[in-house]
Ligand binder design. Structure first.
Ligand SMILES: Cc1ncc(COP(=O)(O)O)c(C=O)c1O
Length: 392
């Protein structure tokens, strides 16, 4: 028997649910790319990006996924053979490092764990060893979507400063922008990047980079520059140059609407909604993990992100659980990836998500535990409800 018919929910950590308003904003005829509403939309999006990243720096829009933004960040600022330090805390900083190696950089990984955030003590030690300042850039993700970790970007900046190291500080906010606070300028981030398909509630296909003055300066001598990603060309006066070719206009109309929705709700309120839904999820997982086979992936409670919660199973079939929630209940939750592949689930609470969607998802997961005999502490959903009743 299936109870799937009805509104289905996509609760994976990207791509996320696209609001009807965004879908409708894209449903329009193509327009001229040299004049008219598209030019004004570009101006709105560029200004909106500054507000999202909280920067006075320059912003760039790529018709690309997050991997494209990774390339844009490194190719615009670095030179072939430069050493960079990648701070491991899951899967995605490593992926960025792999992209950097392909681009011709000398990549060093600061080893971390799949269940912890970046260790500032280890970072400071490594940077102090680098007395000749060979390391040209430090790459980190704010939220790693594979592990569910949240790294404290401001604290890591303080660590870099404490070591007196001049490397460029580059941050991937693909799984956090529009979900958790990010303050590029106040936190001393030189390059920040993100994608359209998570907290920003758009279809995949756009990515965004913001560059501060130090990154701009590095750009002038960077020899990894590529035609498509090049910041100098994109700063040209022609609208066409901002996209290095035909603008992805329908995605831009959608993105503009997403920005309007985010700013209409208010960024602080958006972060608060994610904080409440994230904590409600954690209360459920806390109860589930009180006995049986279910555990948080991230051991340190203060390092758990408000956009995705990664849950590991010591026993029980994670694939069967996901199949049950999807086929029987109509909600798709994420599978674990990388080293954690097959070992649990990822419950996303990012982007266009409300209490009904989250509570419904937690209920479907708990129902699945019961139905499939996966040992767990009962009453997780009640824990989430009790928390929200107090917090709202
Ligand atoms: C934190 C993080 N960085 C980078 C990426 C890669 O983005 P994309 O798949 O859009 O290339 C992802 C994708 O999930 C991600 O979660």
């Amino acid at each position: 028997m299936s109870l799937r018919n009805g509104k289905e929910f996509l609760m994976i950590p990207g791509p996320t649910n696209v609001p009807e308003e965004v879908l409708r904003a894209m449903h329009r005829p193509a327009v001229d790319i040299y004049e008219g509403p598209l030019l004004e939309t570009t101006d709105y999006c560029m200004a909106g990006l500054k507000r999202l990243f909280q920067t006075e720096g320059k912003t760039y829009i790529y018709a690309a996924n997050g991997h494209g933004a990774w390339d844009a960040a490194i190719c615009n600022t670095l030179n072939r053979g430069d050493k960079i330090l990648v701070l491991e805390s899951g899967r995605f900083a490593l992926g960025w490092g792999e992209a950097a190696a392909t681009a011709g950089l000398n990549v060093e990984i600061l080893p971390g764990d799949q269940d912890k955030g970046v260790d500032p003590v280890k970072l400071e030690e490594r940077l102090r060893q680098d007395s000749t300042h060979e390391i040209a850039a430090i790459l980190v993700v704010q939220v790693d979507t594979a592990s569910g970790v949240w790294n404290d970007i401001a604290a890591l900046r303080r660590t870099i400063d404490a070591a007196g190291h001049p490397a460029l500080y580059m941050v991937d906010t693909i799984a956090s922008l529009g979900c958790m606070p990010f303050e590029m300028d106040a936190w001393g981030v030189d390059v920040a990047l993100t994608g359209s398909q998570k907290g920003l509630m758009c279809p995949p296909g756009l990515s965004f980079v913001a560059a501060g003055p130090k990154a701009d300066c590095a750009h002038k001598t960077a020899d990894l520059r590529t035609n498509y990603t090049d910041w100098t060309f994109r700063q040209g006066t022609e609208h066409y140059q901002k996209y290095c070719g035909t603008p992805p206009e329908h995605l831009l109309f959608g993105f503009r609407k997403s920005l309007e929705l985010l700013f209409g709700e208010g960024l602080e309120q958006v972060w608060q909604r994610h904080a409440l839904l994230g904590e409600a999820t954690r209360r459920a997982v806390e109860t589930w993990s009180s006995e049986g086979a279910v555990q948080f992936n991230i051991s340190d409670p203060s390092a758990r992100s408000n956009s995705v919660t990664v849950v590991r199973f010591e026993e029980g079939d994670a694939a069967a659980l996901r199949d049950f929630t999807k086929q029987t209940c109509g909600v798709t939750v994420g599978g674990t990836i990388g080293e954690l592949s097959g070992k649990g689930i990822r419950i996303a609470h990012m982007g266009h998500v409300n209490a009904v969607m989250l509570l419904g998802t937690l209920s479907a997961v708990e129902l699945g535990f019961k139905k499939l005999g996966i040992p767990h502490g009962a009453g997780g959903v009640q824990g989430a409800i009790d928390y929200l009743a107090e917090a709202l």
